[in-house]
Design a protein around this ligand. Structure first.
Ligand SMILES: *Cc1c(COP(=O)(O)O)cnc(C)c1O
Length: 398
């Protein structure tokens, strides 16, 4: 029997707002009553609370996730000719920050199960000009940070995490010795594992502001001071500029909103995780998928993989499918919102043509760009909605 038509958006911020409306409005009223709008008490409180939440000693609020990346790279001194290793399968801002400073993004392919940087391929791309590595924690799960940090340390490179999609995701850090392959470490949170970490609070992100906002997490007090100075035109005191920075201040309204939302974040992440395993089960019950992992012969859908050492916050629940664009059109016709992160890998973007990459250079990133499809995912997504999404996908492949 065909299911009745339903509307299932990719994300539903109104459902979230309905729950927190009174708290948000009280927080906004307090800012309006104070008539203090930029870098005030709400920003300071958010920096403290976010640092604590992520397990980083310091946090600096900035105007966006893109600016967090830019300021982090400025703080570690990335400049003309410096090479920065990163993934081609990410949001544009990751590589753009490098190019904005005259640096050269050096791409390394992804590991197909997690869509994250293939860490074992990084070493071969390190040169005398390499200054830093930017692992991107795509979809809400950390890149494999332990071997990456070991490599960075060996070669004297800085590690700047792009944790824009992974706030709250955990990674079991610590050293594995050749004789004991057991990870003997502590759980660290995305953004607090490398030298610097960048968060985005773009409205659609797992912890979204009501406009643009971002944050840099840091360990080294000297780097924190540089980021702090750089976000206000490089000035530490008023009208004294030791550095040339930018205007990338965080405003009180956004900080007030985020202060409320941070209290809900762990609950929202747990709700996302429940919904992710519900999707997994529904796909397996419908015989569309095998175990989480790569495509299984004869199965239409590849499920997301949770890597060893990782928790996944499922900012994005992305399946791998063939005929992706046709499936997407079918879902859209039946009221299901989806998105593609990302249809064009960065090494094939016209603006990066001068870097000299071509089609075929990063086969896994290119395959992901053709196969990956993000399904509706948000903490309030209901069981009937998920069942409907999976039914529609089953219909398509019948
Ligand atoms: C969202 C995002 C950014 C940029 O954040 P903005 O706040 O939108 O500037 C950077 N990197 C990744 C991977 C992102 O998903």
């Amino acid at each position: 029997m065909p299911a009745a038509s339903m509307h299932v958006p990719l994300l539903d911020l109104k459902a979230q707002y309905a729950v927190i409306r009174a708290e948000i409005r009280a927080a906004l009223d307090a800012v309006l009553d104070s008539q203090y709008f930029v870098l005030g008490a709400n920003v300071s409180a958010l920096e403290t609370d976010m640092a604590h939440y992520c397990g980083a000693p310091h946090a600096v609020g900035v105007a966006s996730g893109s600016d967090a990346l830019l300021l982090a790279l400025m703080a570690i001194g990335i400049g003309p000719g410096d090479e920065v290793i990163t993934t081609p399968y990410t949001f544009f801002a990751t590589a753009a920050a490098v190019v904005r400073l005259g640096g050269v993004p050096v791409f390394v392919d992804i590991e197909p199960r997690t869509f994250n940087l293939a860490v074992e391929q990084v070493k071969a791309h390190i040169t005398a000009r390499t200054k830093a590595i930017i692992p991107v924690h795509l979809y809400g799960q950390c890149a494999d940070m332990a071997p990456l940090l070991a490599l960075a340390q060996e070669h004297g490179l800085m590690v700047v995490e792009d944790a824009a999609q992974a706030i709250g995701a955990r990674y079991l850090s610590g050293h594995t010795t050749p004789s004991h392959d057991e990870p003997a470490g502590t759980w660290g949170r995305a953004g607090a594992i490398g030298d610097l970490g960048c968060l985005s609070f773009y409205p659609s992100k797992a912890c979204g502001a009501y406009g643009d906002a971002g944050m840099v997490l840091a360990h080294d007090p000297a780097l924190v001071e540089r980021v702090r100075a750089l976000r206000t035109h490089g000035g530490l005191g008023k009208y004294r500029h030791d550095l040339v920075g930018v205007n990338s201040r965080l405003d009180e309204i956004q900080a007030a909103v985020l202060g409320v939302k941070l209290r809900y974040l762990d609950g929202w992440i747990a709700a996302r995780q429940t919904r992710a395993s519900r999707y997994d089960q529904l796909f397996q019950q419908a015989d569309l998928a095998g175990a989480p992992g790569e495509y299984q012969p004869g199965k239409a859908v590849g499920l997301p993989v949770i890597a060893p050492r990782c928790t996944h916050i499922f900012y994005v629940y992305a399946i791998r499918v063939s005929q992706r664009d046709q499936l997407r059109a079918h879902l859209s016709e039946h009221g299901v919102g989806t998105d593609v992160y990302y249809p064009v890998p960065l090494h094939l973007q016209p603006c990066f043509a001068a870097l000299g990459y071509c089609q075929g250079d990063f086969p896994e990133a290119e395959r992901a760009a053709e196969e990956s499809l993000a399904l509706p995912m948000y903490p309030e997504l209901s069981e009937p909605q998920q069942a409907y999404v999976v039914e529609q996908i089953a219909d398509f492949y019948q």
